[in-house]
Write a protein that binds this ligand. Structure first.
Ligand code: FAD
Ligand code: NAP
Ligand code: SF4
Length: 678
């Protein structure tokens, strides 16, 4: 029966020898569990997503040999013994009625180890190891390893493989002159440079037979200097089709590209137009990707004829039941990926197991479960920021009675400030999700209600969860009561009028966010795809190699900003590993002055007086209209002492517990884990 809300998304995809039940492909993600010792955890993780009805799962990348490891002892499939272990995962997925393909990923010069190999000895900017240049027979042996890996994947019970040909890894490196300087039959003109992927596909197809899915992930826009031309990319796509691929998936940008491709400030479906261009060139089904996080967006992408399938990776971390909820008309219950990268990609790059900011169970399915409570109890949760909300949801899901109080008129706590930052619009989705869950789980919500210990003591609660968050730190700067001075709360929450020249004290996450808020004055480039592409210099790859434009549009900042910190060194050093550079680049594009190593001497009619270093040298007035304080936060937990004195059992979570380095990831994780045990 046709799904009336998402007709394209829920039309099965007939691949000839098999059929996929819908158009959602779970894109490959490294979870940090691929090293061969975590098959139980991976099985549970994949099985949950198969139960959630995703059409086809693609695993994280497995190397076809040691040289192809992303880092030492990363996932690999090159022996029968390894294949037998993989069959636990494929069986778990099949038992839930799902299908799963294994990604074969050879890291090439991106490998973080000394055995790295590549077409030429060209070190990448993201690995300290210079790769060894392969001999011609060395190239042959890499191809044989790919083919063997494909065969082993079939033996392990996979429904197919995805050959990773994008993002700047090994195969991609053969395609462009930037990384391929060879003079033999694997280098030189494009027909030679593209031989490697074509041979890999052709020989793999021969080895695995006709009835096995082979997806090729093709870099459709490299976003690097000297990247592929569109003509070359089309030529490769056609050759891959002839060589026997079942589907072509889209890759956007090499990892070393200096253009954001999946961060939250990237507009939704920002690159689906690239796949749409390719639709005119080949007949095999195409998969499109990047910043598609809602069923409505996915449906529109398909309805617009951009692709035959939509790849969503992180959205399936955020909610394993994404597809089922959409099919059942419960899209408003989906826990939406906000594209923050904080618990997934940032973890990967810090060698930690991935998870998800909005769903700490992701990749932890075997140890974090919200099972029914043995005894129904009555809880008060004070504060409806992410900590309080997460605790309340888990407690209610487990069968407890929950009263939740917030002094504010709306739930969300500081998320309500995050959501107004240009490029952080996805935080609206988080609040929407929580609002619906509070309703569905029957949590008794009391807004506009500041509670004190007496109110709580009068109500016979078994336990009180204190999730009252934080309050801004007092920076104790001479003259800080001057009318020029505002706090980030005045600016982001209370719509304070702000002048044209502004100094921001504090260059942490909030200082950066306030800067972006003031620069864009309500207009978010994230909501304007053409402006966003022009400012980042993304062009049609048919007009410019690699899709890199020769000129970028200069943004028009609405204010002159100076962002200050006392420490020397890089501004925003503690921002996300995979996103900090984007925030710094945006501020740079908008001519924000970043000054470090300062002392704040005084605030007065003249502006802000700063000096430098221990000797307090060169005192200078910054002639500004306003000074915005973003100097960090301290916990707000004044309820704890009187409640404890009254003999009431309390738990303190989120910012109320520890404000240093607090973020929503920690608040949600701590709250969910506590609530799972009460
Ligand atoms: P809060 O969110 O501060 O919530 C506390 C709640 O308790 C408030 O709603 C308050 O009204 C209520 N309350 C306090 N006292 C009482 C009382 N006595 N009675 C009733 N109610 C009370 N984090 C990230 O991870 N990623 C980001 O990108 C990010 N961006 C941010 C951008 C901005 C501009 C800001 C300000 C924060 C951002 N954060 C981000 C930080 C994140 O929002 C906080 O870490 C998180 O909100 C802390 O959660 P919490 O529940 O502990 O406290
Ligand atoms: P923060 O990251 O700790 O930054 C506080 C800033 O204030 C620092 O630049 C610090 O630098 C300065 N500072 C500290 N004490 C000061 C003092 N006494 N006088 C003057 N300046 C002082 O805190 P935040 O920016 O308030 O952010 C709060 C939390 O929200 C953070 O933990 C952050 O991770 C989270 N957040 C995250 C994001 C994100 O994108 N992930 C975005 C926003 C917020 P100096 O000490 O060098 O001056
Ligand atoms: Fe999405 Fe952030 Fe979760 Fe990663 S951590 S899956 S980006 S919400």
């Amino acid at each position: 029966m046709t799904n009336t809300q998402y007709p394209h998304l829920f039309t099965p995809l007939d691949l000839g020898f098999t059929s996929l039940k819908n158009r959602v492909l779970m894109g490959s993600m490294h979870t940090g569990l691929e090293d061969g010792s975590n098959h139980d955890r991976l099985s549970a993780y994949f099985a949950e997503r198969a139960r959630g009805e995703v059409g086809l799962i693609v695993t994280g990348g497995y190397a076809p040999n040691r040289a192809g490891w992303v880092y030492p002892f990363a996932g690999k499939l090159s022996t029968r013994r390894e294949a037998r272990k993989h069959s636990q995962m494929t069986a778990a997925v099949h038992a839930e009625g799902g299908k799963i393909a294994m990604q074969i990923l050879h890291a090439g010069r991106y490998a973080y180890h000394p055995f790295a190999v590549a077409p030429s000895r060209v070190r990448s900017p993201i690995s300290p190891f210079t790769p060894r240049e392969l001999s011609a027979s060395g190239v042959e042996s890499q191809i044989r390893d790919f083919v063997r890996c494909a065969q082993l994947a079939r033996e392990a019970g996979y429904d197919g493989i995805e050959i990773m040909g994008s993002e700047g890894y090994f195969i991609n490196e053969f395609l462009v002159t930037h990384t391929n300087h060879r003079k033999d039959e694997w280098g030189g003109d494009y027909s030679n440079r593209m031989r490697l992927p074509v041979e890999i596909v052709e020989r793999s197809r021969e080895a695995v037979g006709k009835d096995f899915i082979i997806i090729y992930r093709l870099s459709m826009i490299d976003l690097i200097p000297d990247g592929s031309s569109w003509e070359e990319t089309v030529a490769l796509a056609k050759a891959l089709e002839a060589a026997g691929v079942t589907m072509i998936n889209t890759g956007i940008g090499w990892h070393e590209a200096r253009i954001p491709t999946i961060a939250t400030s990237v507009p939704r479906r920002a690159f689906t137009w690239v796949t749409k261009k390719m639709k005119q060139e080949v007949t095999v089904p195409l998969v499109t990707t990047n910043r598609i996080n809602l069923p409505s967006v996915a449906e529109q992408v398909l309805a617009d004829g951009c692709s035959d399938m939509v790849s969503m990776a992180r959205p399936l971390l955020a909610d394993a039941e994404f597809v089922r909820k959409a099919r059942e008309g419960r899209a408003d219950e989906i826990n939406v990926c906000i594209a923050c990268n904080q618990a997934c990609l940032d973890h990967t790059f810090s060698k930690k197991t991935s998870s998800c900011l909005v769903n700490p169970r992701a990749c932890h399915e075997t140890e974090l479960n919200y099972v029914a409570a043995p005894k129904r109890r009555k809880f008060a949760v004070v504060g409806s920021g992410p900590a309080g909300l997460s605790a309340a949801l888990v407690l209610a899901e487990r069968g407890h009675d929950v009263d939740m109080f917030d002094a504010a008129a709306e739930i969300g706590g500081q998320l309500n400030m995050a959501k107004v930052i240009p490029g952080k619009e996805e935080f609206h989705e988080m609040i929407r999700y929580y609002t619906r869950q509070v309703e569905l789980l029957g949590i008794n919500l009391h807004l506009n209600t500041r509670v004190d210990a007496d109110d709580l003591a009068a109500n016979d609660y078994d336990d009180v969860i204190i999730a009252t968050g934080v309050t801004p730190r007092d920076p104790k700067i001479d003259g800080q009561d001057h009318p020029k001075v505002l706090s980030y709360i005045d600016v982001l929450r209370n719509n304070a009028a702000v002048g044209e020249r502004v100094a921001i004290i504090g260059a942490g996450g909030i200082g950066f966010d306030v800067a972006e808020f003031l620069l864009h004055d309500g207009h978010s480039p994230t909501l304007d795809l053409d402006q966003w592409l022009a400012e980042w210099g993304v062009a049609d790859p048919a007009d410019a190699r690699g899709g890199l434009s020769h000129s970028r549009k200069q943004p028009q900042p609405s204010r002159e900003l100076t962002l200050l910190q006392r420490k020397a060194g890089k501004h925003g050093a503690n921002l996300g590993k995979t996103t900090g550079w984007i925030h710094r680049a945006i501020l740079k594009m908008n001519n924000v002055k970043m000054i470090g190593g300062v002392n704040y001497e005084r605030i007065g009619d003249e502006g802000l007086l700063i000096s430098y270093g221990d000797k307090r040298e060169d005192p200078t007035w910054l002639d500004v209209d306003n000074i915005v304080m973003c100097a960090g936060q301290i916990p707000l937990r004044d309820l704890q002492e009187p409640l404890q004195a009254a003999g009431i059992s309390t738990h303190v979570i989120g910012g109320a517990d520890v404000a240093t380095e607090l973020d929503a990831k920690r608040a949600i994780n701590q709250a969910s884990r506590l609530a799972a045990t009460l």
